[in-house]
Design a protein around this ligand. Structure first.
Ligand code: MF3
Ligand code: CO
Ligand code: CO
Length: 271
């Protein structure tokens, strides 16, 4: 397995791609209100991409054995774990939805990120799951540093999540990214400290934990070839960022004005 070490030029291009992907989420944020459909969210995202001059990496994406993905973004509501396909059902108060945006810049670099949105005031359980999943992601991010190991990231996320009584989905992981959408390495959201690939300055990958309120088990919804749900139908949440490894820590590449403020234990988005 070879993991790409990005040049300064690649990193500069990935900073642009990451910001553009994050700005798609900034733009849709005020629109995510009770009554909007996930199809409308998809169209809003498509409009921003058009204005940016970027393209959706999801539309038509077809891993081996899959049908081509049919929309611009993924919208995963409530017990949908990931890869929810936008549809015509209006979101209602108390729903939680993940919007996962992946764009490609004209230069061919990928920007991949997602956030959770709570519809209306939200429920105690829904708000708690979204907030704790955000914190879990950041517990992973702050492990990133030249010389650390991928297992340090997974362990930090798993320890925090399970400490809160949440479960970590095993079947999906973060991934290397650059001019390729899903590249080496696989970034597991569980694991043991000091194990796995050693991080080197210039590596770029996503961290994108999916946490469930109930059990970790998932299944395919079964009717569209993409939608994944929790087996016990409990709520599921996910956040995603891209980071580049630096000598002294990390830099979050999917950063824009509207990015949610990191938890208080985080000193910087770049260190
Ligand atoms: N954006 C997802 C990820 O984080 C992948 C979505 S693939 C799609 O890796 F085809 F479902 F859009
Ligand atoms: Co990703
Ligand atoms: Co994504």
């Amino acid at each position: 397995m070879t993991i790409k070490i990005n040049s300064d030029e690649d990193i500069a291009q990935m900073r642009i791609a990451g910001r553009l992907a994050s700005e798609v989420l900034d733009y849709i944020t005020p629109h995510i209100q009770p009554g909007i459909t996930t199809k409308q969210i998809d169209m809003l995202c498509a409009e921003v991409m058009e204005k940016q001059g970027t393209k959706s990496a999801c539309l038509g994406y077809q891993p081996p054995g899959m049908t081509p993905y049919p929309a611009y973004v993924c919208t995963s509501v409530n017990h949908v774990v990931c890869h929810g396909i936008p549809n015509d059902k209006p979101l209602k108060k108390g729903d939680v939805v993940n919007v996962d945006v992946t764009i490609i810049t004209p230069e061919g670099y990928f920007g991949d990120n997602s956030r959770m949105f709570v519809i209306g005031e939200g429920t105690i359980a829904g708000k708690r799951l979204c907030q704790l999943t955000f914190e879990a992601m950041w517990h992973g991010i702050v492990q990133v540093k030249n010389g650390a190991h991928l297992g340090d990231i997974g362990h930090a996320i798993q320890k925090f999540a399970e400490g809160q009584g949440l479960s970590v989905v095993r079947e999906y992981c973060g991934h290397g990214i650059g001019k390729v959408f899903h590249d080496e390495p696989q970034v597991l959201h569980y694991g043991r400290p000091g194990t796995g690939v050693e991080l080197k300055t210039g590596m770029i990958f996503t961290i994108e934990p999916m946490l469930n309120l109930g059990k970790k088990d998932i299944k395919d919804l079964g009717n569209d070839g993409w939608t994944v749900i929790t087996k016990d139908h409990s709520l599921s949440a996910q956040w995603e960022v891209e980071v580049v490894v630096t000598d002294t820590g990390y830099e979050v590449l999917t950063w824009s004005e509207g990015s949610p403020t990191p938890p208080s234990f985080v000193t910087s988005i770049k260190c």
